[in-house]
Design a protein around this ligand. Structure first.
Ligand code: C2E
Ligand code: CA
Length: 602
């Protein structure tokens, strides 16, 4: 507009523009922005622009509205975004700040994961990705996109927790325990502080779980876990490393302290667990036992001390396993420290157990026979079959060692059947060839508790053509102490068929007169330990006297085991025991030698 000097308008120049396109563009832009916001909201994400000015100031020139919603903050259009550093959790703030500065220095894109606190005090996990550029004035700009990854993070944390913890007890699991062991090793080396690891196994848990049901089984596991932690103290790590196996790590503990702890653990775990109503008179509580294997770290007393230092975690666990294996062999409620000696024994046993499985198929077993003599006439009246194992490379193995192994693995069942069958075949021949009437066969408790034992014996009679009067079955006293009604029925059946039943190793199991009078047996075999001691120890002599009197009173035959000297024979005879076996008369003999012996003795 031009004016005259008086102020009068002279003329006006103007343009008219069609702004329809501009307005449409503006609307389109708003629409796009709405769409973007919609998308961002659905994705649980936001857009942002971060600026780092040359004076070092960080600001957020733009953040999308969705971030406000995400953070529970009020949105004020047109205002610059909140300083995101204010909402980053203090746990991550330093790390985030350092990463931003680093990205600016290197001019590299920035990916970040961090926690934020929302306006209503919740914690969210945010993942950020941004590209980077520099403006002409030196300001650095990040254009980025962020998402809420809280759900994924929680799931990952849960997964992480489950990776290292046992669901049932909340204790560490095997993996978690190994991680703790790893850090204990590091601190033991740095601080010269030894520690001990315990493997703790509940005896017969599987059978218990089957009879009581899963729910009560779980309760027992939880209660055991609680007791272990209470006894071991809050500073000890207790872990559940298998269904019925716990591990315990106790720092600053030497062998003596470990022994005391193991004793306490065994005792406290064995106290009754109340499964039902604690006040109910019928609920006497449930009792469990554990076995414990212990290994120390470091352990200079062992020859493989350097292997332990080189490979601490697996080596430590292996040592506990070996010690536990030995503890189990010692019986319920027993514990054992790892040592070279035990390592050697367990390895040997494992080796034997493996070859034992092949031994039967490979015909590595044979029978030796020890004659039983009549003390007065000196005549052989029967033979005891004793199994022998000739290992192809390890040589002769004594039955005292491999029979328990065969019992553990169950191989005793087919092995016992083989012994019985071989003895039946042998005695059938010997009755006609050398006039021997009877062979006594040892029957293991494991074998005798098989429900089809009688059936198996009947089959063998059929196969070999032997008759029951040719065989005496020796059952150890310890087997018979826990004699179940089933076993009693089996004894009656066998005796009914005509077999002679003997109680083996009598005197060793401290059985009572009451129980003895109820057992359907024909004979007592006096344990060789008493025979060996009776002339040195007056109380053993008294026991022999009692056993003989007992046998006579119950109308049982008597045979003494392990008779080595004439005075022993004379004493036994004087007391009223008329027969026996032992080195005085003969050692166990191979078949041919036995035949020769019997011919010369006749
Ligand atoms: P056992 O039934 O008490 O057998 C007697 C053991 O004492 C035999 O040892 C025999 O060699 C030994 N012996 C015999 N006379 C004397 C003696 O005068 N003094 C001494 N010190 N020992 C004597 P072996 O053959 O080593 O057998 C050991 C145990 O292994 C047997 O004890 C028996 O419990 C078990 N056994 C052997 N063969 C079998 C079998 O076929 N089946 C089962 N289940 N167990 C068997
Ligand atoms: Ca025997």
């Amino acid at each position: 507009m031009t004016r005259a000097a008086s102020g009068q308008p002279l003329h006006m120049i103007g343009t008219n523009r069609d702004i329809t396109a501009f307005k449409e563009a503006l609307r389109a832009r708003e629409e796009i922005q709405d769409q973007v916001e919609g998308i961002l909201e659905n994705m649980n994400g936001y857009l942002f622009q971060r600026a780092l000015s040359p004076d070092g100031n960080v600001s957020y020139p733009y953040v999308s509205e969705s971030l406000y919603r995400m953070l529970g903050l009020p949105f004020e259009p047109g205002k610059p975004g909140p300083d995101l550093r204010q909402v980053v959790s203090p746990l991550d703030a330093d790390r985030v700040e350092a990463a931003i500065r680093q990205s600016a220095r290197d001019m590299t894109a920035l990916d970040l994961e961090f926690r934020v606190r929302t306006g209503d005090d919740r914690e969210l996990w945010i993942s950020n990705r941004s590209s980077i550029r520099r403006l002409y004035d030196g300001t650095i700009i990040w254009d980025g996109f962020g998402t809420d990854i809280t759900v994924e993070k929680r799931a990952a944390q849960q997964l992480f927790y489950l990776t290292y913890h046992d669901k049932l007890t909340g204790l560490r699991n095997r993996l978690g325990f190994e991680a703790d062991l790893e850090s204990a090793v590091t601190s033991a080396i740095e601080n010269l502080a030894p520690f001990c690891v315990f493997f703790i196994d509940i005896v017969d848990f599987r059978a218990m779980n089957d009879t009581l049901g899963m729910k009560k089984g779980d309760y027992i596991i939880n209660e055991t876990a609680r007791r272990l932690q209470t006894i071991a103290g809050a500073d000890a790590v207790v872990a559940r490393i298998a269904g019925d196996e716990f591990a315990l790590l106790k720092r600053a503990t030497d062998k003596i302290a470990a022994t005391l702890l193991a004793e306490r653990l065994c005792a406290v775990v064995a106290e009754p667990i109340w499964l039902g109503n604690e006040n109910a008179a019928s609920d006497a509580g449930y009792r469990i036992d554990v076995n414990i294997g212990i290994a120390g770290f470091p352990d200079e007393e062992t020859s493989s001390a350097s292997a332990l230092l080189q490979n601490p975690v697996p080596e430590c666990m292996k040592r506990c396993d070996i010690a536990l294996y030995e503890a189990k062999r010692l019986g319920r409620g027993k514990f054992c420290h790892y040592s070279d000696d035990i390592d050697h024994r367990v390895r040997n046993r494992t080796l034997l157990q493996q070859s034992l499985h092949l031994a039967l198929a490979n015909n590595e077993f044979l029978l030796h026979y020890q004659p039983i003599f009549d003390f007065q006439s000196g005549k052989i009246i029967a033979a005891v079959a004793l199994v022998r194992w000739q290992h192809p490379t390890l040589g002769f193995q004594p039955p005292d060692q491999f029979i328990p192994l065969a019992e553990e693995s169950g191989l005793i069942v087919p092995l016992g059947a083989w012994v019985l069958k071989t003895s039946m075949t042998q005695i059938r021949q010997w009755r006609t060839q050398i006039g021997l009437q009877k062979i006594a066969v040892n029957v293991s408790g494991v074998q005798f508790s098989q429900t089809d034992f009688v059936e198996m014996v009947e089959n063998l009679l059929r196969e070999t053509g032997a008759t029951p009067d040719m065989i005496e079955l020796e059952l150890t006293e310890t087997t018979l102490i826990d004699c179940s009604p089933d076993m009693l029925a089996r004894m009656n059946a066998l005796r009914g068929m005509g077999f002679t039943l003997a109680i083996d190793d009598f005197g060793a199991g401290y059985s009572s007169l009451k129980y003895l009078s109820k057992l359907p047996v024909d004979k007592l075999k006096i344990d060789q330990w008493f025979v060996g001691q009776m002339l040195n120890d007056s109380s053993d002599a008294a026991i022999i006297r009692t056993i003989v009197a007992l046998g006579k009173g119950l109308n049982l035959e008597l045979t003494a085991e392990g008779v080595e000297t004439m005075p022993q024979r004379d004493f036994l005879l004087a007391e009223g025991c008329h027969a026996g076996q032992g080195y005085l008369f003969s050692k166990p003999l191979a078949q041919k030698d036995f035949e020769t012996t019997i011919k010369t003795r006749k």
